[in-house]
Write a protein that binds this ligand. Structure first.
Ligand SMILES: NC(=O)c1ccc[n+]([C@@H]2O[C@H](COP(=O)([O-])OP(=O)(O)OC[C@H]3O[C@@H](n4cnc5c(N)ncnc54)[C@H](OP(=O)(O)O)[C@@H]3O)[C@@H](O)[C@H]2O)c1
Length: 331
């Protein structure tokens, strides 16, 4: 098969579509003939050499895919060759075939094309596990998501809005904020021009927000805690603003608030399977009812993965940049 390989860590030009050995299907796994995958921020870090895949994971980038089951490993029930599926991967999505534990695979939801579904699983599972399973966002709560127009952001805005929360977003331009508004965001904050803590105070009559989904880490840590309501939950999933920060523990204590940081990729297979099952139960009905979609910025052929990485690195996108693998030659 062919896959995007990273010969050496570095810039986008290091991504090369090359002939590689086929993956073997282990017990409890399925082999997927990949139709589409998507660029996630983590793929860029991996390309640069800052994010080593977890033990046992494929070394090719790609944390999600859609496609058809080509083979079923020993002990797998519920899937047969030919089934149309999408999957949460620990790596290996930028390839023509990938082996994945069956618990991380879900049927293609009705209402999404095969290509769109290539950008569904990583963001839906990340948002569902953090915002809903861990932080318990509920109808009537106020939710702040930073980077509201990102792949993660466009997923979080839609899910929180559809499930009855009031949504505050930050983004770096008027056009991106408008995209968030179109998806259901209620309060728009341009992080280049405004202080989000002030805007949260104004928008909540000084109460603060119940849950924050944060991609900035250290740079926003103290301000995020200031923006929380009593009993608020700060969920850190990205470290774009650094890893070491200072927080006023007095504020945290007085608010009886919590700070949690998680990563999905390194979780054990059983935990990922639980998240996939929960996300499927909650989100597939919304997709089928036309209340949630994958926001697609553009679709590029997988051979143009370097260009796709440049676009995402420069934040020139809204939603997901998808990679079409089905159309690629040389399998
Ligand atoms: N822990 C996990 O399991 C997990 C899983 C998936 C993703 N993530 C993390 O989630 C984040 C989003 O991932 P993605 O793939 O959706 O990335 P993405 O599409 O590349 O988005 C990155 C976002 O960061 C925003 N941003 C940059 N500077 C900002 C600032 N000062 N304040 C607020 N937002 C700012 C950008 O906003 P503008 O374009 O408006 O500037 C952009 O929307 C990344 O940090 C990623 O590492 C974590």
């Amino acid at each position: 098969m062919r896959a995007i390989t990273i010969a050496e860590p570095g810039g986008p030009e290091r991504l090369v579509w090359a002939e590689v050995p086929d993956p073997a299907v282990g017990p409890g796994e399925v082999l997927i003939e990949v139709a589409a995958t998507a660029v996630n921020r983590a793929d860029i870090l991996q390309r640069m050499g800052f994010y080593t895949p977890p033990p046992g994971a494929s070394h090719y980038p790609g944390l999600e895919c859609s496609g058809r089951i080509a083979e079923v490993g020993a002990g797998v029930t519920g899937f047969v060759p030919g089934d149309e599926v999408c999957a949460l991967l620990a790596g290996g999505g930028y390839a023509q075939r990938v082996a994945v534990p069956a618990g991380q695979v879900a049927p293609l939801p009705k209402g999404l094309s095969m290509t769109e579904a290539g950008g569904l699983m990583e963001t839906v599972c990340t948002v569902w596990s953090n915002v809903f399973l861990l932080a318990g966002l509920s109808a009537g709560d106020t939710f702040l998501v930073h980077g509201g127009s990102s792949g993660i952001g466009t997923t979080a805005v839609q899910l929180a809005h559809q499930l009855g929360a009031r949504v505050v977003v930050t983004a770096g331009s008027a056009a991106k904020l408008q995209a968030c508004r179109d998806l259901g965001a209620d309060v728009l904050v341009n992080y280049r021009e405004e202080d989000f803590v002030e805007r949260v105070r104004e928008a909540t009559d000084g109460r603060g927000v119940d849950v924050i989904l944060d991609n900035m880490g250290a740079a926003y840590l103290d301000r995020n805690v200031q923006a929380l309501a009593v009993g608020g939950r700060l969920m850190i999933i990205g470290l774009q603003g650094g890893v070491k920060g200072e927080v006023n523990l007095g504020t945290l204590l007085t608010k009886r608030a919590s700070v949690t940081a998680t990563t999905l990729r390194a979780r054990p297979t059983e935990e990922k399977a639980e998240i996939v099952a929960a996300a499927r139960d909650a989100v597939w009905p919304l997709i089928e009812a036309g209340r949630f979609r994958v926001v697609v910025d553009r679709v590029l052929p997988v051979e143009a993965a370097a260009e796709a990485h440049r676009i995402v690195e420069d934040s020139g996108h809204v939603g997901k940049v998808l990679l079409d693998v089905a159309a690629a030659g040389g399998g």
